[in-house]
Write a protein that binds this ligand. Structure first.
Ligand code: PLP
Length: 385
């Protein structure tokens, strides 16, 4: 007898376009890898030492679901000092990465059939989560003329009576865009007018090239914003899996209930490492930030000199390059880039249905790879036109 089938939602889950590029590029050992979405740095030593100490002192049991008290206390100070978000430690939930913060929040907010507003382009996991939860993704456009910064008007144009959640991401992946305060205020007004929840994904909050980003939550007077952060990018801790969220207590308590059956709590040793990260010397954060800023300047200089159109990045570590001039689809373009030019980038359509005119370049790679890669990319757009 045939075994029963997997769930419809899982069967309909789109495969990540980033993973496909990764698999293809891995066949060519000389390929320059500009598709990666994680820091090129290693976790700073004092953070690893704290984890070691936690292990040696047998700090290896379950912790409270929302996270250990000292970490939540440390995070409430970080949120106050760096994000101007004033919350009690009880309003903070530590999660396995920022990804779980977004998923638990969506789980606590969505009923089947509710619509979720996602940027096109945006991080593909939002779409996957929306589908898994039986909700309906609706994309709002990010425009190259606006360097992929969303506008309140474009968001409002997609709202229906079924819209429940708006997902914002600043600094953005893959846009590299930071949403200015004036636009955040306008977007919040739209959220208020249509009574929406807003999930503000700020996992790249410490990676900016000029002015630090403004957090959404302090602008919210009504308690409709859930803010999501992570240790992954700020402290080069992608594999440790520690993120956190905060919002009004009324919804945070529900999010905590949603997290319990899925993950219970975050790895105890990783929480001790995160505590050392957030309360320790922050010079590692500015060193990495400066390195990303330098790489962004290098890539944008090359692209500008070669006359290639791109979205000016102001934060995170990505830039979206417009390949319209090549006359090719993004998927074909990326495939030829790998096989003929030995440079891997991600097709824009991996991030949204109307983003096929872009490819994403990650600024997390080394300067020499970025210099080579950006030059070959610019040359290919001209050569294949
Ligand atoms: N949000 C965005 C926009 C991301 O790009 C990522 C990771 O790439 C995450 C959230 C989640 O990161 P993590 O779960 O490692 O904290």
């Amino acid at each position: 007898m045939k075994s029963p089938e997997a769930s419809n939602s899982v069967q309909h889950l789109p495969r990540s376009g980033i993973r496909r590029v990764f698999d293809e590029a891995s066949k060519y050992p000389d390929c320059i890898r500009l598709e990666v979405g994680e820091p090129s740095f290693t976790t700073p030593q004092h953070i690893k030492d704290a984890a070691q100490a936690a292990l040696n002192s047998d700090f290896t049991k379950y912790t409270p679901n929302a996270g250990i008290a000292e970490l939540r206390e440390g995070l409430s100070q970080k949120l106050r000092d760096r994000n101007k978000i004033l919350v009690a430690p009880e309003q903070i939930v530590v999660t396995p990465g920022g990804v779980a913060s977004v998923f638990s929040s969506l789980t606590a907010l969505l009923n089947r059939g509710d619509e979720v507003l996602l940027a096109d382009p945006s991080w593909p996991n939002y779409l996957q989560m929306t589908i898994l939860l039986g909700a309906v993704p609706v994309f709002y456009p990010l425009r190259i003329e606006n360097d992929l910064v969303p506008t309140a008007a474009d968001i409002e144009s997609k709202i229906t009576s079924k819209t429940k959640v708006l997902l914002l991401n600043s600094p953005g992946n893959p846009s590299g865009a930071i949403i200015p305060e004036s636009e955040l205020v306008a977007i919040l007004q739209v959220a208020k007018k249509h009574n929406l929840w807003v999930i503000s994904d700020e996992v790249y909050d410490e990676i900016y090239f000029d002015k630090p980003p403004v957090s959404l939550q302090p602008l919210d007077e009504e308690g409709r914003v859930i803010s999501v952060f992570s240790f992954s990018k700020t402290y080069a801790m992608t594999g440790w899996r520690v993120g956190y969220l905060t919002g009004p207590m009324s919804i945070v308590s529900h999010i905590l209930r949603a997290q319990e059956p899925i993950t219970s709590c975050v790895n105890s040793v990783a929480q001790k490492a995160a505590f050392a990260a957030v309360t320790g010397d922050q010079s590692c954060v500015s060193e990495m930030r400066n390195a990303y800023a330098k790489r962004a300047a290098l890539v944008t200089k090359i692209l500008t000199e070669k006359g290639v159109k791109f979205a000016q990045p102001t934060g995170a570590f990505y830039t979206m390059v417009d390949i319209t001039a090549s006359g090719m689809s993004d998927v074909d373009f990326v495939s030829r880039m790998i096989t003929e030019k030995r440079v891997a980038v991600v097709p824009g359509s991996a991030f949204g249905p109307d983003s096929g005119n872009f490819v994403r370049v990650s600024l997390a790679s080394s300067e020499s790879d970025l210099e080579q890669g950006a030059s070959r990319l610019a040359a290919a757009i001209k050569e294949w036109a």
